[in-house]
Design a protein around this ligand. Structure first.
Ligand code: TXA
Ligand code: MG
Length: 312
């Protein structure tokens, strides 16, 4: 009989750990998060330590419902409208509410806060049980591939962090981040909820962040999501010695295909798991098939470009 691995915990155990200021990873519909009580600086510090994350990079506060979200940020009319898309794969960067008891380590000292109500029911149950917003970056060592299963979290941290298993992540790429302020909505990160969908359901126009401007989402470092192998993008086929991450009709029997039918949602869901599976085979270069830059393709290509960016 197989016993429960040490690092997997129940909802009740996860809730107790978080309440007493420990970290715990949990599944969401985007990627797994490494959570801590966002009101407790000592707890939040443990996230930065576990991930080896730069302290200037603020964290998303995950809320169970709108009431909790409104207790820590102020919502103007545009934010209210965007909030109708919650729960879901959308993070809103909003003015931090004065007097909100959020640790400075969550906002990295900014007067704004990134908030998300996750679509995953178990994640919302966990937050509701703790009764506090949960700060949670993706549950991977800083700069590495984001985990989309409990097993990927356990591998990334050598079973050193407790994990609440939420199954395989439905979306597979992180949330879309929008900054809302001064009558403008700016996309800071392409993500699982496409701009098309947001604009179609809210009629709100979204600006793209000016990449020449100083980094406004500090986590948007050029090199991120780095596998050990080099990535060669837009490759029609693998060269000798390369492993191939295919898409649609571009495929190679020795590699993996993100979606044989060319479905971007399926490709997003498989992206991080397949990258890490190919990476584990130890080849020096992974060649990646072209992915159309439409809809979810925007988020997929963003992650691939960051993964390909040279790491000095
Ligand atoms: O889907 C997701 O968003 C996942 C799951 C766990 O919710 N979380 C995630 O967190 O991707 P993380 O830490 O890997 O990315 C959060 C991003 C970072 O780029 C950070 O700079 C940005 O959000 N961010 C957070 N608060 C911000 C703020 N106040 N202003 C600007 N950017 C902010
Ligand atoms: Mg991340």
């Amino acid at each position: 009989m197989s016993s429960t691995p040490f690092s997997l915990v129940s909802l009740d155990e996860a809730c107790k750990l978080l309440r007493r200021g420990e970290v715990c990873a949990f599944g969401t519909e985007t990627v797994y998060g490494l959570g801590a009580d966002a009101t407790n600086s000592e707890a939040v510090l443990k996230i930065y330590q576990a991930k080896n994350r730069p302290r200037f990079n603020p964290l998303i506060a995950h809320c169970a419902d709108l009431e909790m979200a409104k207790s820590i940020a102020t919502f103007d009319a545009v934010a209210e409208q965007l909030a109708t898309l919650w729960p879901g794969a959308l993070t809103l960067v909003l003015p931090l509410r004065q007097g909100a008891s959020i640790s400075d380590l969550v906002t990295a000292g900014l007067n704004t806060i990134g908030i998300r109500i996750p679509g995953h029911e178990l994640a919302r149950k966990l937050i509701a049980c703790v009764g506090k917003p949960l700060a949670a970056p993706s549950a991977n060592p800083s700069g590495k591939i984001s985990p989309t299963s409990a097993q990927m979290v356990r591998d990334a941290f050598n079973d050193d962090v407790p994990v609440l298993d939420g199954g395989i992540c439905q979306s597979g790429v992180e949330s879309t981040i929008l900054a809302v302020g001064q009558g403008q909505v700016t996309q800071l990160r392409a993500g699982a909820l496409t701009r098309d969908k947001i604009t179609r359901s809210t009629s709100i126009a979204i600006d793209l962040a000016d990449h020449a401007a100083p980094v406004t989402a500090p986590g948007m470092l050029k090199s991120h999501y780095a596998p050990n192998a080099k990535l060669r993008l837009n490759a029609m086929r693998p060269n000798q010695g390369e492993l191939y991450l295919g898409f649609g009709t571009h495929h190679d029997a020795a590699g993996l295909n993100l979606s044989p039918s060319g479905d971007l949602a399926e490709a997003a869901r498989n992206l991080f798991a397949y990258l890490s599976e190919l990476d584990a085979k130890g080849s020096a270069t992974i060649a990646v098939a072209p992915i159309p830059d439409l809809g979810l393709g925007e988020a997929i290509n963003d992650r691939l470009q960051r993964a390909a960016a040279s790491r000095q």
